[in-house]
Design a protein around this ligand. Structure first.
Ligand code: NAD
Length: 512
């Protein structure tokens, strides 16, 4: 099949003029109906305009959905193993382009290079996994209750799927949605977060270069409700998948329900890491730093609460804070940087607001808490790694998602008490326990209210072939990753073939 030129935007950038990206609809580059654009700026240095994107509206969504609907008529009939070969081809291209795309991503969203390389790698892993599904996508073949009758269930595609994604994993998260949707035979309209459209273009470029035909994937860029609402309301979009905040999840879920769309919501988290007296403290400290400050704390699975048993509470705090103070904050393009900036000014202000809230509620600030704005920092949205201790589980800093480099440490009496604290919030995404006691580990695996539990590892680090998602206000019961995504992007059709040559009545024709 032809690769419909996703190789370069029609208006190329120069050193002084950033590239202008148009929407990608039906294999063509199309200006938005509004005629407006917006800038994608580097949060580590806002003088750096990474690229310019279309500020789209409803008419652009309509055009993208029309294209996807037309493409669906053919794509659904392409054998799944052939669809999978294109996804596999995209994985190979992503490997070749990994460094370039990681650098683009660090420029557009700030996280350090080793993490953006990991983000691209996650898309590669996801591509290999979903390519494999092209020759699986198993369904049950099962005995019929009637003689000379054959029964099985097959997966069928749903149709046009709409995807709305956040900025913190700007290639990995689109890959979790697009790749299983494609292998199942669906066509897609994706709206990337306004802070990070470039990484979605890079992913889709690789898929198009690997042979995915025109109209099968369409990108419409723009702001939340201006593009998101027409997607959730469009009658021809049959499934919507959102990763984002719980607040936006409620809006999207409510809107999608009105037209009975399949709807997958992956939302916020306030993830606890429990450290018991018998833990390997070196390991727990290392894990807590990586989980708390990796991606500048801007992961849905970030280790934002650390619940430490009283016997090691003092020592843990002393050593953890000492290490947090030494983390090097800076531009993620510098290989020696440990922690990059906040994604934008609004997120930085939220982080600083929570420092004030925590202080006013009586939490003890042990390190950080300030914006960094001297020298080169003045051009970006930088903040010190921040640790609050002696946090009461009822404080807002212990219960609300900050989405920044702010860790709340609190004490617990024992495992039961720790689990009580861990579970006493509205979210339930990730969780972790550090212990050397296998009995305690398995009790925690059973009792922690979360979609993910790590033992002796922090709350981050999901792999693409396991279910990913959470309980309570973190989602609506679906899972991304692994077979859960295939389940979301396919419909079951049960098939009965009667070769008895007579009318047989289920439930009624029974042996005397
Ligand atoms: P957000 O909710 O502000 O935005 C997510 C996406 O929704 C963006 O593309 C945005 O433009 C769009 N949007 C905003 N308003 C909309 C509306 N009314 N209708 C339709 N779409 C709309 O989230 P964010 O700031 O981009 O990302 C951070 C949030 O995402 C955090 O809460 C984080 O926990 C969550 N997150 C969750 C997971 C997960 O898998 N559970 C993973 C990453 C991030």
């Amino acid at each position: 099949m032809a690769t419909d030129t996703l190789t370069a935007p029609t208006i190329m950038g120069t050193a002084s003029r950033p590239k202008v990206y148009k929407n990608f609809i039906d294999g063509e580059w199309v200006e938005s109906s509004t005629g407006e654009t917006f800038e994608d700026r580097n949060p580590a240095d806002t003088r750096d305009v990474v690229a310019i994107f279309q500020k789209s509206g409803k008419a652009d969504v309509d055009a993208a959905v029309d294209a996807a609907k037309r493409a669906f008529a053919k794509w659904r009939l392409v054998p799944a193993p052939r669809r999978a070969e294109m996804i596999y081809g995209a994985a190979e291209l992503l490997i070749e382009r990994k460094e370039e795309y990681a650098r683009d991503m660090t420029r557009e969203m700030g996280k350090v290079l080793k993490e953006t390389r990991g983000d691209v790698q996650e898309a590669i892993d996801s591509a290999y996994y979903n390519a494999g599904e092209g020759r699986r996508m198993f369904g049950p073949t099962t005995p019929s209750e009637l003689p000379n009758k054959f029964a099985m269930a097959v997966r069928t595609p749903i149709g046009v799927c709409g995807m709305i994604t956040p900025w913190n994993f700007p290639m990995a998260i689109p890959s979790w949605k697009l790749l299983p949707a494609l292998v199942c035979g669906n066509t897609c309209v994706i709206k990337p977060a306004q802070d990070t459209p470039l990484s979605t273009f890079n992913l889709v470029r690789s898929l198009a270069d690997a042979g995915v035909p025109r109209g099968v994937i369409n990108i419409v860029t723009g702001f939340g409700s201006a593009v998101g609402t027409p997607m959730t309301e469009h009658p021809d979009i049959r499934a919507i998948s959102l990763t984002g905040s719980t607040e936006v999840g409620r809006i999207v879920g409510t809107s999608a329900a009105k037209s009975f769309k399949h709807c997958s919501l992956e939302l916020g988290g306030k993830n606890p890491m429990i450290v018991l007296d018998d833990a390997n403290l070196d390991l727990a400290i290392e894990g807590g730093l990586w989980g708390g400050f990796g991606t500048t704390g801007q992961r849905c699975t970030a280790t934002s609460r650390i619940i430490v048993q009283k016997g090691v509470y003092g020592e843990f705090i002393e050593r953890y804070v000492e290490r947090a103070k030494r983390l090097k904050v800076g531009n993620g393009l510098d290989e020696s940087t440990d922690m990059g900036p906040a994604i934008n000014e609004s997120q930085l202000n939220t982080d600083l607001k929570y420092v004030e809230i925590a202080r006013s509620e009586g939490a003890k600030l042990k390190c950080g808490g300030n914006r960094l704005d001297k020298g080169d920092f003045q051009y970006g949205y930088f903040m010190e790694p921040t640790v609050f201790v002696d946090v009461d589980p009822k404080m807002r800093i212990a219960r609300e998602e900050v989405f920044g480099p702010v860790v709340a440490i609190m004490a617990c009496e024992n495992l039961e008490n720790a689990i009580e604290i861990a579970n006493d919030i509205e979210y339930g995404l990730s969780s972790s326990l550090y212990t050397r006691d296998v009995n305690k580990a398995f009790s925690a695996i059973r009792d922690l209210e979360a979609g993910i539990t790590y033992i002796n590892a922090p709350t981050i680090g999901a792999e693409v072939h396991l279910p990913f998602g959470g309980v309570k206000a973190t989602g609506n019961g679906h899972r991304e990753g692994g077979i859960g995504a295939i389940d979301f992007y396919s419909e079951w059709k049960s098939v009965y073939v009667d070769y008895s040559d007579r009318l047989q009545k289920a439930q009624i024709d029974r042996p005397e």
